[in-house]
Write a protein that binds this ligand. Sequence first.
Ligand SMILES: [Fe+2]
Ligand SMILES: [Fe+2]
Length: 314
Amino acid sequence: MGTHEIYEPVSLACVLPNLFPRVALYTETHGKYVLYKEASLPFTEADRDRLLDSNTLTLFIRTGDAEEVARFTEENLSHILERSDMDRSAKCAALTQATTTYLKSIFADPEKAQDAERCRNLSGHLARYISESQSIADLIKTLEGGSAFAIRHSLQVAVMSMLVWSKLFPEKGDELVDVGIAGMLHDIGMSLILKDITKEQDYWTSPTLEEIKRHPLEGYVFLRKNGRYGDLVLDAVRHHHERYFGGGYPGGLQGDEIKISTQVIGLADMYCTLVTDRPTRKASTPEEAFKIIGDETHRCFSTILFYAFQAAIR
Ligand SMILES: [Fe+2]
Ligand SMILES: [Fe+2]
């Protein structure tokens, strides 16, 4: 195992002085990890000041401590995102690290997705972050590389859908959190079909297409079981592969038979897939992706939504 697999980054914003779990903290220089603070010692405000002075905004923890740190971060996100001593990029890193860790855990063990409150909490923080800035450039940047496709993809679709939703329907802000939940969970059915979705692989090639096509319905049935996800979320999970002009699955719905929130998730899904490198296909540029999606010969989305989406993410 290489050293990079033993350590995980943690944004300095997460490391709340005197409250942070007692885990060993490391710094990294030129690929070498150096112990910064032993697990038995508290992280103090003086430590924070020293790190800020040397512009060290990322520390590292052992992978074995990641679960405990993730739990701490999730529980203290309000506090972390309101810190006046940290800049936006450090807070953004904290938010994406918390969400990525959550997604990794539910894709590895889908039963964990039954905890709707955990997902709602993270989506609520994403919603506030996006509403305050109206820009996702920093969020998207932190998503490049790192985790497996399914995890990056789910967070990208959530963030992209939320941005579009907040711009298109500012009056429907109360649904923004559900749009984020739907984005994070839209492909949860994949983890019920594939053995290990958290390993980097192209999820469109391993099982047969017929098997893959079961993921919306499997995901829907699975999430409906616990009764704590709303209609918006369940509908998006079930119908994000329906197409406005027909030909989608599983219901072969058309036009306004597809909820507008589900159309937004479906469009963000296709866009995010196109602009991401996959083993079978190189990433398109945003311009190329819009050209493919907007191509008259195989139109998948309503023209109004397509143009609004394009304007929202430019
Ligand atoms: Fe999907
Ligand atoms: Fe997807």
